[in-house]
Design a protein around this ligand. Structure first.
Ligand code: NAD
Ligand code: DAU
Length: 339
């Protein structure tokens, strides 16, 4: 089998490439990645000399490169995206270009290349926000109601993927997962930022009252779920992925402090994110029942594993906290807090 993985140098994409080669060593993987600030070839050092692996630097909205990358491909797995909500609030344009236009170019080229499967990796953020005290959870039937430019761009891409199934019979599947964490996550999302800030002696910025709720999923469990959907999922279907572990941001931070044996004076409450979604929660019954998916990792064990990874891999993340990162951090956390 020959796979085109887009965005394979990012957090989930690189974990997916490692996962796939562990489970299907004979398959071939082409990784097409633009190498934005979030793309990092160091995530793939272990596979770079694998004869079954090829890296192509390129943009998914560049039809010529995409057509070339698709030669002989059976399965496309589309991870490529601008993925950070805060950056989408600061500057939405790249989110529309990559997440919407890029996906459309990839879809057009995949129809022409007659791929056997186009799998689109999406997010629970397309469903909007749930109330804190409500028992409701997102399912595959929940109406789309995105609230951030990032979520809106992912929602648009999901609609395009479904439209290509109905209109051009492209054999698609979609997964909408909750928040991921694990090794190789760029140090800008809550868990990776908290761990790296603390390891550098800095405080952890907590938005608003810190009572926002997410359902954190260990990245390896996400990769296993995508595997099942690609190999056993029904064409045209969507599967929601989450582990039923709704937890507030402040509880997550306190657990990280506990793991690092640090005190709560490292918590700093800062200005809230505009349009901040109060709570996400996933009902993953469909993938559990139809495909027998079950998460292998419980949250606390996986958090331990992850924080230890950041502790033992300072070389990996210290390089990423460079001048560009400092500029972003200033805009996002220092200047915004002063206004
Ligand atoms: P990431 O930001 O770590 O990585 C994105 C990758 O895409 C990077 O390697 C980047 O260089 C590449 N890329 C960006 N624009 C590109 C373009 N135009 N052409 C080619 N490559 C491009 O993101 P991630 O956290 O690994 O997320 C991967 C996918 O999973 C995204 O589609 C995201 O929406 C989705 N998702 C993420 C989470 C999460 O919690 N991180 C949860 C659910 C869904
Ligand atoms: O739900 C899936 C989504 O999860 C993915 O689609 C996105 O790609 C991914 O970025 C993530 O979005 P969130 O906005 O939920 O993740 P983030 O890690 O940015 O924030 C998690 C929660 O923590 C959220 O309530 C905001 C809060 N937060 C975040 C940061 C970065 C803070 O309180 N302080 C922070 O510094």
């Amino acid at each position: 089998m020959k796979l085109l993985v887009t965005g394979g140098a990012g957090f989930i994409g690189s974990n997916f490439i490692h996962y796939w080669f562990r489970n299907y060593p004979k398959d071939h993987i082409i990784n097409l990645d633009k190498l934005t600030y979030a793309g990092n070839l160091e995530n793939l050092k272990e596979v770079e000399n694998n004869q079954n692996y090829t890296f192509i630097k390129g943009d998914i909205s560049d039809m010529n490169i995409v057509k070339k990358a698709l030669e002989g491909i059976d399965i496309v797995v589309n991870f490529a995206a601008e993925s950070h909500v805060d950056r989408s609030i600061l500057n939405p344009a790249p989110f529309v270009l990559t997440n919407v236009v890029g996906t459309q170019v990839l879809l057009d080229a995949s129809v022409e290349a007659k791929v056997k499967r186009f799998h689109h990796v999406s997010t629970d953020e397309v469903y909007g926000a749930l109330e804190l005290e409500s028992p409701k959870k997102f399912t595959e039937e929940t109406m789309y109601s995105p609230k951030s430019p990032y979520a809106a761009s992912k929602a648009a891409s999901d609609h395009l993927v479904r439209a290509y199934f109905h209109t051009y019979h492209l054999p698609i599947t979609i997964t909408n997962s909750s928040n991921n964490f694990g090794p190789y996550q760029f140090p800008e999302k809550l868990i990776s930022l908290a761990a790296t800030n603390l390891l550098e002696g800095k405080k952890v910025p907590v938005y608003g009252d810190g009572l926002y709720v997410r359902d954190w999923l260990y990245v390896e469990d996400h990769c296993a779920a995508i595997d099942l959907v690609i190999t056993k999922g029904k064409i045209g279907e969507t599967y929601c992925i989450g582990i039923d572990n709704d937890i507030s941001n402040i509880q997550v931070i306190k657990k990280i402090l506990e793991i690092l044996e640090m005190k709560e004076d490292k918590i700093e409450y800062v200005k809230d994110r505009p349009g901040h979604d109060r709570r996400y929660a996933i009902d993953a019954t469909k993938i559990k029942k139809e495909l027998r998916w079950k998460p292998k990792f419980d949250f606390v064990t996986a958090l331990h594993k992850t924080v230890t990874w950041y502790k033992e891999n300072k070389d990996w993340w210290q390089k990423l906290r460079d001048k560009n990162f400092e500029n972003y951090y200033q805009k996002q956390y220092i200047l915004r807090n002063e206004t």
